[in-house]
Design a binder for this molecule. Sequence first.
Ligand SMILES: [Zn+2]
Length: 412
Amino acid sequence: MQTCTRCLYSSIHPLHILFDDEGLCSGCRVHQEKDLLDWNKRGEKLELILKNYRSNSGRNYDCIVPVSGARDSYFIVHTIKKVYGMNPLLVTYNKHYSTDVGIRNLANLRIKFDCDIMTQTINPEVVKKITRSTFRRFGSIYWHCLAGQSAFPVQLAVKLKIPLIIWGAHQGVDQVGMFSHLNEVEMTRKYRKEHDLMGYEAEDLIDDFDGINEKDISPFKYPDNREIEQIGVRGIYLNNFIRWDSRLQHEKMIEIYGYETAKQTRTFDFYNDVDCWNYSDVHDYIKFIKYGYGKVLDHACRDIRLGHITREDGLNLVRGYSELPPKNLELFISWLGITKNAFYYVLDQHRNPDLWERGLDWSWRLRDGLAISSLDGQVMGLKEGLANEFMLTNKKKSVDRDDGYILIGKGM
Ligand SMILES: [Zn+2]
């Protein structure tokens, strides 16, 4: 296993990170562009693109912005509406795993920015059926979220004839350096299928065994090329035009608009994914079992590259969080209607045998030297101070976790 000399990514990364002669990974190499590019010029380029889509008549929205109650939603809407003066239609896919913090963030978003929002909430029984299938077949409880949130904006773009969709950061640029910022990659069906959807299109889920039919999968289907071309739908990524620093951007949004943050189970980042019970919890634990690392590694690499933390700090954070068990498993399995034994049985089918081995007591452990958390054979304690550098906003009165996925999330 080769590990990058600057960040902490290694050759076990599933998105095929490459290493150069100096031992630097492709993600770090592309990240260096952030300090080399003329971002004012990049911003002017963005203005040129947006100019073509401003509706002079004011009869239609200028663009579609996919949002959630977390991530970079506030920053994207702030940039598009306040900085560039566009009139966006916000769209959101209800993940069904909604936390109260996420619901408040989403409500506050549309109020503070005075925007219209369209929400897609799919029948919970269909979502459960699909999730049981994707978990069993390829170990994902998040396929429906990824497929829904990437299909719904494109479906609406076609239907409402709003050709421009604006996304935040492209993972292939910001995380793994698959493309340069200068490539200005845009949204494609191919990248979505191969990377976001783990190779499975909605059509691939139709199956008698799972009882999934054509109607069930239609909300997750990407429109066909003819429809997309007719309207001229394109999706651009802001991180190709703005120097992307998720941490600083969130802090600005907390200050200006009151974005709410929350502690996460398996990572030190309190800003991203606070809208979801599972993303940094059960879903992230599954990622750890499948790929030998969790989201905390992504967050540590990101913050090392941006100079917010040192490599050593990052290493300690990864060691401290990687092996923590999920806290919200009971909530998830009771929603899905499976037992804990069934969950762990299925999970083991997706455990990567190249990464894991049975110990003498028959419990699973990462093979020696393979993952960051076992580099020196021990898990070290957390440096509390480091994690606390993330701003935790005042916690409002919260719905008890046992109440499940609340409001629009629970669906019953
Ligand atoms: Zn690197």
